[in-house]
Design a protein around this ligand. Structure first.
Ligand code: PHE
Length: 343
């Protein structure tokens, strides 16, 4: 490069070439030719060494101006090419931006799971472990080992679903778990809760379902008394329902406990459904309990002359109904989101 005029001519050629670059790749090649190591601008700089000293400042200024205009022209051409490529991809592969986005539903725990976890937490504080047992049971464990031989009239209290395998039933309560725990603990002291699903051939109503959760409790050891049972239940009820809710203990009958009790909680007085749900009494039963019957201890391999125990079986869904004044137990397994979303 020997003169400013030559430089100007080559810049003009370069700018024309720039207009003809069809895509990003061509633009990048142009960029190398102009701004690269052996490019036009480097050559323009070499011109500075050749002009007489007096012309240097003017030539320098001119070279700078040229550099700026080339850079600006390149940037403009480059962003135009990008925009064109984008438009092209939008028209050849159109994206419908009016399509509504996919919502991400927020999951939550089922209310029954929530109350179960609260129950576990309270009993964990009281030193209980959680023990899980079978939902499908033998007639022997669901009834016989619990002091209910075949034809025992108390079996009427549990309307049973029978499987097609003789002697195998869907458990009607979590109590057969007592036998499993005792046989596994083999003589050691026991303090467990046994949560799980139970099944009964019930007429479905606002208070009864054919499937429902129970949480069984079992404590076995030397010198365990009814006072321990009362204390445990009362401590539990206070933690679960608050100190202002009343607890009522009535005597009752279960073949596998002697003596037996039932525990009720008072239904909120301001609830208009109170009478209907509590059959006019104002109380809702939440659990059955008692001192483990000697025959049951024996069935579990324990010696009733050496140890005693208490057991209880509670209905967590009933408790949830009580806490939130839910007036229909059928809502739990209907999977109606309008209900479930409230928890
Ligand atoms: N299994 C009894 C029921 O389902 C409840 C219960 C459990 C009663 C443990 C006493 C002791 O009704």
């Amino acid at each position: 490069m020997n003169s400013l005029d030559e430089l100007r001519a080559r810049v003009a050629t370069a700018l024309t070439a720039l207009q003809q670059c069809a895509d990003e790749a061509a633009l990048r090649a142009w960029n190398t030719q102009v701004f690269g190591e052996k490019g036009l601008l480097k050559k323009a700089m070499s011109l500075l060494g050749k002009v007489p000293k007096a012309e240097k400042p003017a030539t320098g200024a001119e070279v700078n101006r040229i550099k700026e205009s080339l850079t600006a022209a390149y940037d403009a051409a480059f962003s135009e090419a990008k925009e064109k490529a984008l438009q092209l991809s939008l028209t050849t592969n159109p994206l419908d931006v009016t399509l509504p986005g996919r919502g991400r539903p927020r999951g939550r725990l089922h209310p029954a799971t929530q109350i179960l976890r609260q129950i576990y937490a309270i009993f964990a504080d009281l030193g209980f472990q959680v023990y899980r047992t079978n939902e499908v049971e033998t007639d022997e464990l669901n009834f016989e080992a619990l002091n209910m031989p075949a034809h025992h009239p108390a079996r009427d209290m549990w309307d049973t679903f029978f499987t097609t395998t003789p002697g195998v039933v869907l458990r009607t309560h979590t109590s057969p778990g007592q036998i499993h725990v005792m046989r596994e603990a083999a003589g050691k002291p026991i303090r467990v809760i046994l949560p799980g699903m139970c099944y009964r051939n019930e007429a479905i109503s606002t208070r009864s379902e054919i499937q429902f959760y129970q949480v069984e409790g079992l404590v076995v050891g030397e010198g365990v008394t009814m006072a321990d049972l009362k204390g445990t239940i009362t401590a539990f009820a206070r933690r679960m329902f608050g100190p202002e809710r009343q607890v009522r203990i009535r005597s009752s009958y279960f073949p596998f406990t002697e003596p037996s009790i039932e525990v009720d909680i008072d239904w909120p007085k301001d609830d208009p459904n109170r009478d209907r749900l509590t059959k006019g009494t104002g109380w809702l039963e939440i659990l059955g309990a008692g001192m483990v019957h000697p025959n049951v201890l024996r069935a579990g391999g324990y010696d009733p002359d050496k140890v005693t125990g208490f057991a209880f079986g509670m209905g967590p869904q009933r408790m949830l109904m009580l806490k939130h004044a839910i007036d229909d137990i059928r809502l739990f397994w209907q999977n109606d989101l309008r209900f479930l979303k409230q928890f």
